[in-house]
Write a protein that binds this ligand. Structure first.
Ligand SMILES: *Cc1c(COP(=O)(O)O)cnc(C)c1O
Length: 428
């Protein structure tokens, strides 16, 4: 079966042919690759084409695909039952492991997606503070929660206008959107509206507009300002959790949010999310407290087994310095190739995640991201894909490396990037 044939078949029965929008390749054009299997750093599509995978399921596969220890654990668990709807020791171990790893998490609930984690954290924050307003930042993505699918109009801070149809204005207006990395905007907003703010939610490293790092002092000031106004600080570490170091980005920078959302890596490729934090806040959850939150498959034994195996390997092997080094070598080479081809490129990188922007200037804000040359990215994407390198099919997503990507393999990616940059410059 060919990718194009499958896509036509898919579009007859699945809206746009995909179960999550970016997969449809709309931002880069062309036909999505339908993946048949994956192993280590590779994806294989339904036509038998092999790609070096730098998307890694949007982050979870930090050990590469089909790590033997993870696969063994999951197969063994499958023989013992796939879902019980009753507590298990696995969940207890997972909660202990998360609390031990992430300093600010005293208690944690497992859910089945990052979206559920942020949705629940916000409900909890609103209940705890008896306030309604939630502040988010432009370009930060927190899953498809109704009240979080909002962003600001150009520049100025505004109360939310729905970013998608189907979200009532009343719900969107319970969120305010501020520019990421602009502490003065937050300070001004909180001075005026702080008494109504239940929580400020932030990706400590923005990973859903490419990768944009927090400016020095931004997260520290966020912590201080939220505390001063009696609002909770929620770190959405669905991408960054267990990515740059074992404890999450908060551990790297020594900041303790009140609540933290996790997902992606903690499921090792299975559907898992988590939210946790201060035990006085978590105590509000039902049945002990008045905040309802539940899930038929929450803490699912198969998913938790994959997560536990993944976290166990990360803890034991501590691959973080090696991953950061691999990515540094790769991105340095790509930057050099762009320079020698006369192409303006700006790379943001931390740990094993990077954002590649076709931009003349450093990318520090949502506006910088929007000013990038998306068409150049689309051309680069397809040139790389033709050479067997699978980048994110959108200029607004991160690039990841895994422990399965060897130095030789990344050298091959760098060589492909060099050739593609040269071709791009010829076309200009
Ligand atoms: C992926 C992501 C989510 C949503 O997680 P899902 O599992 O897709 O629902 C939330 N926040 C961040 C920062 C993410 O990257």
């Amino acid at each position: 079966m060919k990718n194009a044939e499958l896509f036509e078949r898919a579009k007859k029965r699945i809206p746009s042919g995909v179960n999550s929008p970016v997969r449809a390749f709309r931002k880069v054009g062309g036909t999505p690759r339908f993946i048949r299997e994956a192993l280590g750093p590779y994806l294989v599509d339904c036509e038998g084409n092999r790609y070096i995978d730098l998307v890694l399921s949007w982050g979870p596969m930090i050990l590469g695909h089909c790590h033997p220890e993870v696969v063994d654990a999951v197969i063994r668990q499958a023989g013992k039952g796939m879902s019980f709807g009753a507590p298990t020791e696995l969940e207890v171990r997972m909660a202990e492991q998360i609390c031990e790893a992430v300093p600010s998490i005293e208690k944690v609930r497992l859910v089945s997606s990052g979206t559920e984690a942020t949705m629940s954290a916000i409900r909890l924050a609103r209940a705890f503070t008896s306030r309604d307003l939630v502040v988010k930042f432009e370009g930060c993505y927190h899953g498809h929660v109704d009240s979080l699918l909002v962003r600001a109009g150009s520049g100025a801070l505004t109360f939310g206008v729905p970013d998608t149809s189907g979200v009532p204005r009343e719900i969107a207006s319970t969120s305010a959107v501020l520019p990421y990395n602009d502490i003065e905007a937050l300070r001004a907003f909180m001075a005026e509206h702080g008494v109504r703010v239940a929580a400020v939610i932030v990706e400590p490293v923005a990973g859903n507009m490419g990768v944009v790092l927090p400016k020095a002092g931004f997260l520290e000031e966020l912590r201080r300002i939220t505390r001063d106004h009696g609002a909770l600080l929620i770190f959405d570490e669905v991408i960054t959790g267990f990515r740059c170091c074992y404890g999450g980005y908060q551990d790297m920078v020594g900041i303790r949010p009140d609540l933290t959302c996790l997902g992606k890596i903690i499921g090792g490729g299975m559907p898992v999310g988590a939210f946790g934090g201060r035990s006085d806040i978590m105590a509000l959850l039902a049945p002990e407290g008045p905040v309802y939150q539940a899930g038929t498959l929450a803490g699912n034994p198969m998913a938790v087994t994959a997560g536990l195996a993944t976290l166990g390997i990360l803890k034991r092997e501590n691959p973080y310095a090696g991953l950061a080094h691999s990515l540094e070598v790769l991105t340095a080479s790509v930057e050099e190739s762009a320079r020698s081809a006369g192409i303006a490129l700006s790379v943001n990188r931390v740990g094993s995640m990077a954002g590649i922007f076709f931009s003349e200037r450093p990318v520090e804000t949502f506006d910088d991201v929007m000013a990038c040359d998306a068409a150049a990215y689309a051309r680069f994407f397809h040139l790389m894909l033709d050479r067997g390198v699978y980048l994110a099919p959108s200029p607004y997503e991160a690039l990841f490396v895994s422990t399965a990507h060897t130095a030789d393999m990344l050298d091959a990616v760098a060589a492909s990037a060099r050739a593609c940059m040269a071709m791009l410059s010829e076309r200009v």
